[in-house]
Ligand binder design. Structure first.
Ligand code: ZN
Length: 125
């Protein structure tokens, strides 16, 4: 596969959040919730380069933690509900926000990895 021209690539945010191939924007990136396809069904791009590791989880912990925990603290400060009410509202919310962001974040990081040609440096020694 030849070197892609950045002007011909689909917008990073669109393909990343939708979970599409970072090269053509058409083929699916995921075959399960977070499992990747082997290659793009539309253009044949091998997804072997894609390894987002813990990146999406780290971003989601910071974003969901700030939003949900901040909301819980504000709710507690203004309404002073019992602890069980807070837990019943915000623990499921934390789960929903975290799982909801996981796939778009992984797609976005893999698209960014492809766009920036990020790869692990392997020492030949
Ligand atoms: Zn493709």
């Amino acid at each position: 596969m030849s070197e892609p021209d950045l002007r011909d690539l689909p917008p990073l945010l669109r393909v990343g959040i939708k979970g599409r191939c970072p090269h053509c924007g058409e083929g699916a990136l995921f075959k399960g919730f977070l499992a990747l396809e082997q290659r793009c069904e539309a253009c044949g791009l091998d997804y072997g380069f894609a390894d987002s590791a813990d990146g999406p989880a780290a971003f989601i912990m910071m974003i969901a933690g700030a939003v949900v925990l901040g909301s819980a603290l504000i709710t507690d400060a203004y309404y002073e509900p019992p602890l069980l009410v807070l837990a019943a509202i915000f623990l499921p919310l934390m789960l929903i926000v975290s799982l909801g962001l996981m796939r778009p974040a992984k797609g976005l990081l893999i698209a960014s990895q492809y766009r920036n040609k990020a790869a692990q440096i392997i020492n030949p020694d």
